[in-house]
Design a protein around this ligand. Structure first.
Ligand code: ZN
Length: 144
């Protein structure tokens, strides 16, 4: 993602962090429609990029766009849901990242875009990235 000319300070700072993590993990920053956030692996604890895309909801069975699809997005079988779905995985150890933790925990990188990311326009893309960046800088730790 190129830094938009009108990007907020939060988004510029986030993109600097994201580029550092991209270099460290060998996973490139994606182009639209892929939104991206930063997370730490629950298993190996290293920091890496996680991705969200239009038409994807948590535990989505819809195949993500093939063009530019990050290699860490993989179809996995979910024991809890009982079917195969598309998930983020860790580039270092291969463990999947639970969608619950990405979308529904207040500290999750996609908590702030829940419900909005299915639309795919230039405006919604930028709005989602701004929301992810603001969340990255100041995640809500609100209880309940
Ligand atoms: Zn890992």
């Amino acid at each position: 993602m190129k830094t938009p000319e009108n990007a907020s300070t939060e988004l510029k700072t986030f993109l600097e962090d994201a580029r550092r993590v991209a270099n460290e993990s060998g996973v490139l920053l994606p182009e639209p429609p892929y939104r991206f956030g930063l997370d730490h692996c629950w298993s190996c604890h290293r920091e890496f990029l996680v991705f969200a895309w239009p038409s994807n909801g948590p535990w989505s069975t819809a195949e993500p766009p093939a063009e530019g699809r990050p290699a860490t997005i993989a179809e996995v079988f979910g024991e809890t849901v009982g079917y195969s779905y598309w998930s983020n995985t860790c580039p270092f150890c291969g463990e999947r990242t639970g969608d619950y933790f990405l979308y529904f925990k207040p500290t999750g990188p996609f908590f702030s875009i829940e419900g909005d990311f299915r639309e795919d326009t230039e405006e919604s893309y930028t709005a989602d990235m701004e929301a992810i960046a603001a969340w990255h800088r100041n995640p809500s730790r609100a209880e309940g």
